[in-house]
Design a protein around this ligand. Structure first.
Ligand code: NFS
Ligand code: SF4
Length: 656
């Protein structure tokens, strides 16, 4: 292999220090030998700017950029007079605007596809789940009884388009929000109109010289974030379920060992499921399978990564090679013949690594080209033109492989694909699908509460470690964990997505898992599928016995290794929905400021949730558990848990 050395003279990393993922560590060793640089090397060579990390600078106009002093935040103001609170809240607002834009644009792409499918202009995709179509339609007041699927679908399209374009009025999915939560939003003026309007207004308000009151900016921050969670993200999830099927539990292999040396290996990495769905058709196309065999391969092996991977593993049991911190490392195996990407979380660094191993890196979405990568646009009217072409390129790379191949021999089998619909069914049974058993088990104390642990991996912390330690700690204390995104993959690799992992759970949760046959950690899919957590939370409120708003639930959320603006938007919509949400790594705000106090305390006083921060997984767990216990106490169900734990101790004593 012709090696193009790209490793610069920077601090050397020790693979075991930067990740607990054995496969990734093994590949980082190989990368070192091959002279290839990855995100971990670049992170070691790049000292994070301390002023930027605290969000204590502004470059919104050319009178600046202006730098504040994080140690003495009120000592200075910007040239225009902007205070630290204005500057930080504007910066935070723009993260929310960008994250919300990413999810809503993704959702809008799904909705466009849906419209064209319904109209018959696109024939390569179809409505796979008409039941879900009806459910979603009737949840927002569309008549479904005795009507044609096509007519319901067209009404649903028109209604959901308002999620984006509506100038005035509440977005359609506001109808799914528990009444008391919605009441609070109305009082605060944060029920979203259309996402386009909210994002536009937030960008306007954060322009130089517009909104210079951090509290008023925060109102629009909330509204824009809610337009993501209950708007763009929820539309992305629901429409994808309607088009491609609602997930139900499926056994899936995760980790780099899913690559096969004797197969043509194709990885799909990104976020929108349409590319992947069409890829799945192409790799099963007999003429292409034949071509692969003629090239000497045993077959074509299709594998996912990151969030599009998480969707495909949930819906179809497609193997998953790893999360965000492993996307370059997986190319170091030399076994990847093509990696195709659409949008979001696609490191530009992939281009160089792909080049080093002769892997085809192919972009497919008009929104995302990468210098040095090949672009083959996916047109939904004829998707196979793109995806067949990618398979052909992958086959030719297989035939001419020169890179030295080393595939980590590690695979972790787990159960994934839990949806709100399935949780309902799993716990309630097919004849009385409901959340009663979940609520009952929370009320009687077997389950202490529910935690959503989600989000990215980040080279500023040891890959997967914070996720895994946090989740282990939570389940040990009887907290049921719901997961999405890269976090779910971290736990899958750690073996916690199996029913057997229930032995790591506390006695109450263990008993429930054993009875139902479920893992203590339920994987719900990709990051837009965090909307499934919102829907589940609303169902718990409606079921009764756990308060009247999401804020009253014994629940908490965390993104322990977050890195993206999308994660901030998600965090903010959970907070605005009423959830205590704890982030790790770093928090982009100076402590001891008014804006910090508003996010970490003030929002809760308004009836919403609040932010928390800790970089330490054990402290994070105890913060979340303390919150859950406080909510149990407020609901008057704290004593029940003591009783049930005493019963369990008695029973265990009897057994002994
Ligand atoms: Ni979410 Fe998915 Fe992963 Fe983070 Fe990126 S892939 S949308 S942003 S890194 S979890
Ligand atoms: Fe500085 Fe104000 Fe311009 Fe920001 S908007 S760069 S604080 S002068």
């Amino acid at each position: 292999m012709e090696k193009k050395k790209v490793l610069s003279k920077k601090k050397e990393i020790k693979p075991r220090d930067v990740t607990i993922c054995d496969a990734t560590a093994q590949m980082l060793e190989k990368a070192k030998r091959d002279g290839v640089e990855t995100v971990f090397d670049r992170a070691a060579g790049m000292r994070a700017c301390p002023i930027g990390a605290d969000s204590a600078c502004c470059k919104h106009c050319s009178m600046g950029p202006c730098r504040m002093n994080a140690r003495d935040p009120y000592a200075k103001v910007g040239v225009c007079g902007a205070t630290i609170d204005t500057i930080m809240s504007r910066n935070f607002a723009r993260m929310v605007a960008s994250g919300s834009a990413a999810h809503t644009d993704h959702g809008m792409s799904m909705l466009n596809l849906f419209r064209e499918v319904v109209k018959g202009n696109i024939t390569d995709y179809e409505i796979k789940d008409p039941n879900k179509l009806k459910e979603v339609a009737s949840s927002i007041g569309i008549e479904v009884e005795g009507r044609e699927i096509h007519d319901i679908a067209m009404d649903l399209y028109e209604e959901l388009e308002r999620t984006y374009t509506q100038v005035e009025g509440e977005i359609p999915f506001a109808k799914r929000v528990p009444e008391k939560t919605l009441e609070t939003w109305r009082k605060l003026g944060i029920v979203p109109r259309g996402a386009m309007r909210e994002i536009m207004e937030l960008m306007h308000r954060t322009h130089m010289g517009v909104d210079q009151d951090y509290e008023n900016i925060t109102t629009q921050i909330n509204r824009t974030a809610l337009a993501d969670g209950w708007g763009g993200s929820m539309v992305a999830t629901e429409i994808s379920d309607i088009l491609f099927g609602t997930p139900s539990p499926v056994s899936v292999e995760v980790n780099m060992g899913v690559l096969k040396e004797d197969h043509v290996n194709i990885i799909v990495h990104g976020h929108e499921p349409n590319l992947f769905e069409s890829m799945l058709v192409s790799v099963n196309e007999p003429s292409l399978v034949d071509a692969a065999k003629k090239a000497g391969a045993a077959g074509i092996n299709l594998v996912g990564m990151c969030c599009s991977g998480a969707e495909m593993m949930s819906r179809h049991g497609i193997p998953h090679a790893g999360n965000f911190m492993s996307t370059e490392a997986v190319l170091v195996t030399g076994a990847v013949d093509a990696m195709t990407v659409d949008v979001q979380c696609i490191k530009q660094g992939l281009a160089k690594v792909a080049d080093c191993y002769g892997t085809h890196l192919i972009t497919t979405n008009p929104r995302c080209h990468i210098e040095g990568a090949q672009h083959m646009e996916l047109d939904e009217h004829n998707p196979s033109a793109c995806t067949d072409g990618i398979v052909i390129k992958a086959i030719s790379r297989f035939r001419n492989r020169t890179a030295e191949i080393e595939i980590p021999n590690i695979k972790n089998i787990g159960i994934h694909g839990f949806s709100h619909e399935y949780i309902n069914y799993m716990l309630g049974g097919s004849f009385r699908a409901s959340y009663t058993p979940l609520n009952d088990n929370i009320i009687n104390g077997r389950i202490r509460g529910v935690a959503g642990v989600v989000g990215c991996t980040n080279p500023r912390v040891k890959q997967d470690w914070v996720h895994v330690e946090l989740v282990k700690e939570l389940i040990k204390k009887d907290v049921l964990v719901l997961q999405t995104g890269c976090s779910q993959i971290a736990l899958a690799k750690a073996g916690l997505t199996t029913p057997e992992a229930a032995i790591l759970a506390g006695p109450g949760l263990h008993e429930v898992c054993e009875t139902v046959g479920m893992p203590p950690v339920l994987g719900l899919g990709s990051c837009v599928d965090n909307s499934r957590i919102l829907i589940a939370a609303s169902a718990m409120v409606r079921e009764g016995g756990l308060g009247h708003s999401i804020a009253e639930l014994p629940a908490a959320g965390a993104a322990p290794e977050w890195m993206s603006e999308k994660a901030i938007s998600i965090g903010q919509y959970f907070v605005a929905s009423g959830v205590y949400t704890v982030f790790g790594v770093t928090f982009p705000i100076v402590k001891e400021t008014k804006f910090h106090k508003l996010l970490f305390e003030g929002l809760e006083e308004q009836g919403l949730g609040k932010w928390g921060f800790s970089a330490d997984p054990y402290e994070m767990a105890s913060m979340m558990i303390a919150h859950i216990d406080k909510k149990r106490q407020e609901l008057g169900i704290d004593k029940a848990r003591e009783r049930i734990l005493m019963d369990m101790a008695d029973r265990q004593a009897l057994k002994a």
